[in-house]
Write a protein that binds this ligand. Structure first.
Ligand code: ADP
Ligand code: MG
Length: 459
């Protein structure tokens, strides 16, 4: 275990740090899930506790497959002698197990430990609550995990933020690894893919570049989260295209997530869009009321707190757009109940605790209509003036401001914006450019626009 533990740590540390801080440590004893380690001096102990302990606990938990703790002691501690003595009769076993040289055991797979560290142990199928909004994506994910690369390849999961894409992707990774521990499964966000690619290209020798290729082309299952981040990055799209083709040709499973369906991702190459559409597309929608309550209930069961049903219903009623925020609201109430020492917090108290969270959630989404309403209001004209043919300055200028804001604050296409102003897209581009220039030339105007943006965002 000790050797395995050390190799797990080594992965994420520089050699110098490893030799300075980790090498001198000595394993003393493992009592069920608590590992006792001795540090040569107080300074090392402090360093470990402040910088490395969390990682160490993470790795130990993975190795032991349960929540672990670590205690660092010094040879001068009384406890040290105690442990030494106790190791003698029955405890000896532990000591030996810790220090033995992994004899006869398979060498551990460092990549695998790295991978498992990237997965959130809570994101499994067991903890994923099924509802109308996600049942299709859930069954697709289950089917793919049970039989990778046989049914749906690629699987493309899409949906708005905080609706469970990452949870579902990682559940697939866990499930596949559980069924087939030998499978090489790689999960990462597309941002991380971009960064790794950039650092491999930065290396002139090109050795790293081929290491990058080998890494991503010799795996069994590739899960890329939030693919929308590669939009507009030509080099990355190129590399990803080849990776995709290689894996696909070798009949390896690919699972991708995004906040939008492939077609709607701006600046994504056509050839990638068509690849993504080869397989199965599954969307996750906003959860309905029953699902929201069920998710809160499930979360509550894991938290070991006592929150009444009417509070859960109040939260479910008021937080509708995002499961992450739904959970956040519940955690807020739990925190209040603990801090106020009110194990049976009542609805009135909970409402006070939730005021801020719920106000956030009631904000209107930023739409073209909303922007036009606010701009019209601010400049004392009407919304219909904005799309009229009237060219007087009092109207034309606010109109251009509204165009600029629509372009910058929403995801709407130029065409959609043009339609909403009853203009063609070149007029919109002209308006947007004009306002950008004025902003960069005039600080007061910039302030005015920023205030407008705040208004819109806080509506
Ligand atoms: P996304 O990746 O789509 O932005 P996440 O997967 O990060 O969303 O989900 C946000 C939070 O909501 C996570 O804590 C996740 O566990 C939780 N969550 C989402 N969907 C469900 C579900 N169906 N059941 C239980 N928890 C969920
Ligand atoms: Mg996510």
């Amino acid at each position: 275990i000790w050797t395995e533990f050390l190799s797990g740590l080594e992965v994420n540390m520089s050699d110098v740090a490893f030799n300075t801080w980790i090498e001198p440590l000595e394993p003393i004893k493992l009592i069920s899930s608590e590992l006792i380690i001795s540090a040569p001096n107080g300074f090392t102990k402090k360093m470990i506790e402040s910088k490395y302990l969390n990682d160490m606990i993470g790795i130990l938990s993975i190795i032991l497959k349960k929540d672990a703790t670590i205690k660092i002691i010094l040879p001068t501690d009384n406890t040290y002698k105690q442990y030494q003595v106790r190791t003698k009769p029955g405890g000896q076993q532990y000591f030996a197990d810790l220090t033995e040289n992994n004899n006869g055991k398979k060498p551990i797979d460092v990549e695998k430990i790295k991978m498992e560290q990237m997965l959130n142990p809570k994101y499994t199928f067991d903890t994923f609550v099924k509802g109308k909004s996600n049942e299709f994506a859930l069954s697709a994910a289950l089917a793919v995990s049970k039989n990778p690369a046989s049914a749906y390849n690629p699987l493309f999961i899409y949906g708005g933020p905080g609706l469970g894409k990452t949870h579902l992707m990682q559940a697939c990774a866990h499930e596949i690894i559980d069924h087939n521990p030998e499978a090489k499964v790689v999960y990462l966000s597309s941002e991380k893919f971009v960064n790794e690619l950039i650092s491999s290209i930065g290396d002139r020798s090109n050795k790293k570049n081929s290491a990058f290729r080998n890494k991503y082309r010799n795996i069994d299952v590739l899960l890329i989260d939030d693919i929308q981040f590669i939009a507009g990055k030509t080099g990355t799209q190129e590399e990803f295209f080849h990776t995709f083709n290689d894996l696909y040709a070798q009949n390896k499973q690919i699972i991708i997530s995004s906040d939008k369906p492939p077609k709607e991702i701006k600046d994504l190459e056509e050839r990638l869009i068509s690849r993504f559409e080869w397989g199965l597309m599954a969307d996750i929608q906003l959860p309905d009321y029953e699902t929201r309550v069920a998710i809160l209930q499930a979360k509550l069961n894991m938290e070991n707190a006592n929150i009444s049903r009417d509070i859960l219903e109040y939260i479910a009623m008021n937080v509708k757009s995002n499961i992450r925020e739904l959970e956040g609201a519940l955690m807020t109430v739990i925190a209040h109940s603990k801090l106020l020492n009110e194990p049976n917090i009542d609805l009135e108290r909970a409402k006070i605790a939730l005021r801020k969270v719920i106000a956030e959630n009631e904000k209107r989404p930023i739409t073209l209509d909303l922007i036009q309403e606010i701009v019209a209001d601010q400049y004392h004209i009407t919304v219909s003036d904005l799309s009229s043919k009237n060219r007087s300055k009092q109207i034309a200028y606010p109109r251009q401001i509204a165009m600029y804001l629509c372009r910058n604050l929403t995801d709407s296409s130029l065409i959609a914006i043009a339609n909403s102003f009853n203009r063609d897209h070149t007029t919109i581009m002209h308006g947007v450019d004009k306002i950008s220039k004025d902003i960069s030339n005039d600080e007061n105007f910039e302030k005015e626009i920023n205030e407008l943006i705040d208004l819109i965002k806080n509506e």
